[in-house]
Design a protein around this ligand. Structure first.
Ligand SMILES: NC(=O)c1ccc[n+]([C@@H]2O[C@H](COP(=O)([O-])OP(=O)(O)OC[C@H]3O[C@@H](n4cnc5c(N)ncnc54)[C@H](OP(=O)(O)O)[C@@H]3O)[C@@H](O)[C@H]2O)c1
Length: 261
């Protein structure tokens, strides 16, 4: 299926690796221009090479911290200067620290709020005027299955991410019909984040070793395995394309069928 994204421009936050990069790569394969950001220079350069190899569109890859609104503003400005506009936005972020209620100080709550919620607010505020100029404007927020079913030892993800779903659902009404807004809810996908969570589980004594943790993450999945990042990125590109032109305000699990609700 041709997603007809050729020549469009997609901006993906926190996308120098993992699910954000997988989404940008899916856009690039379709011939879109892509813009990504992250904090670590070496990851940004590796991502730039991956994106340039994936397609014929242009690539902007910049160092920006999404917990700083000025960085987001500069990232959006550089993208629009380079490509002359913006058609698609994908918000991703790093993951908040794992832990229980007892583990979290006020500072952790506020940092998670900035990372997960305010980064999306600032990105939408900066990009909305450009998306309204497009005849294909879309937003997809990458969140987590934790917004539907809480995950043990991930209090901050369980609690704070739900605000992103409230944001997405609300702006899917306020920004329409010019802009469609949706969310995707990843289950376990093979990225640095899932490695970090398995290692945390080993440290807490939940798993004997990394392999045991890895197998556990795939065990409850009806499809019998952890997802490939590309399996999320391709859905993000589809939701952003005209092929999904009547899809607005949904929160779509991409979890191999793990979710029971
Ligand atoms: N993978 C999964 O199985 C899974 C499942 C459910 C939910 N999620 C959530 O989905 C999101 C993406 O996960 P992922 O697996 O792609 O994680 P990842 O592989 O760890 O990638 C996170 C990306 O975000 C960047 N980043 C982190 N903090 C940033 C900041 N303050 N400013 C700019 N860039 C930042 C990282 O680069 P730098 O560190 O260099 O900045 C990296 O490129 C996370 O919120 C995660 O919790 C993931």
């Amino acid at each position: 299926m041709d997603l007809e994204l050729d020549g469009n421009t997609a901006l993906c936050t926190a996308a120098s690796s993992g699910l954000g990069l997988a989404s940008a790569t899916s856009f690039a394969r379709e011939g879109a221009n892509v813009a990504i950001c992250g904090r670590t220079e070496s990851n940004i350069e590796a991502a730039r090479e991956q994106l340039q190899a994936a397609g014929d569109g242009g690539v902007v890859a910049v160092q920006a911290d999404i917990t700083d609104p000025d960085h987001i503003s500069a990232f959006v400005e550089e993208t629009v200067d380079e490509f002359g506009g913006l058609d698609h936005v994908v918000t991703s972020a790093g993951g908040p620290p794992s832990g229980t209620f007892e583990d979290m100080a006020d500072r952790d709550w506020y940092q998670a709020y900035d990372l997960l919620v305010m980064s999306a607010v600032w990105t939408l505020r900066e990009t909305r005027p450009h998306l309204e100029q497009s005849d294909a404007g879309t937003i997809v927020a990458i969140t987590s299955r934790s917004v539907r079913e809480v995950i043990d030892d991930l209090l901050l993800s369980n609690a704070v991410r739900r605000a992103v779903i409230g944001l997405v659902k609300t702006v899917s009404r306020e920004f329409a019909p010019e802009i469609r807004t949706n969310a995707v809810l990843p289950g376990a996908h093979e990225t640095a984040r899932i490695e970090e969570l398995i290692e945390d589980g080993v440290d807490r004594g939940e798993y004997d070793d990394y392999q045991a943790g890895y197998e556990d993450k795939g065990a409850g999945v009806p499809l019998g395995r952890i997802g490939e990042p590309r399996e999320l990125g391709d859905v993000v590109a589809f939701l952003s394309s005209g092929r999904a032109s009547y899809v607005n305000g949904v929160s779509l699990p991409i979890d191999g069928g793990s979710m029971r609700s």
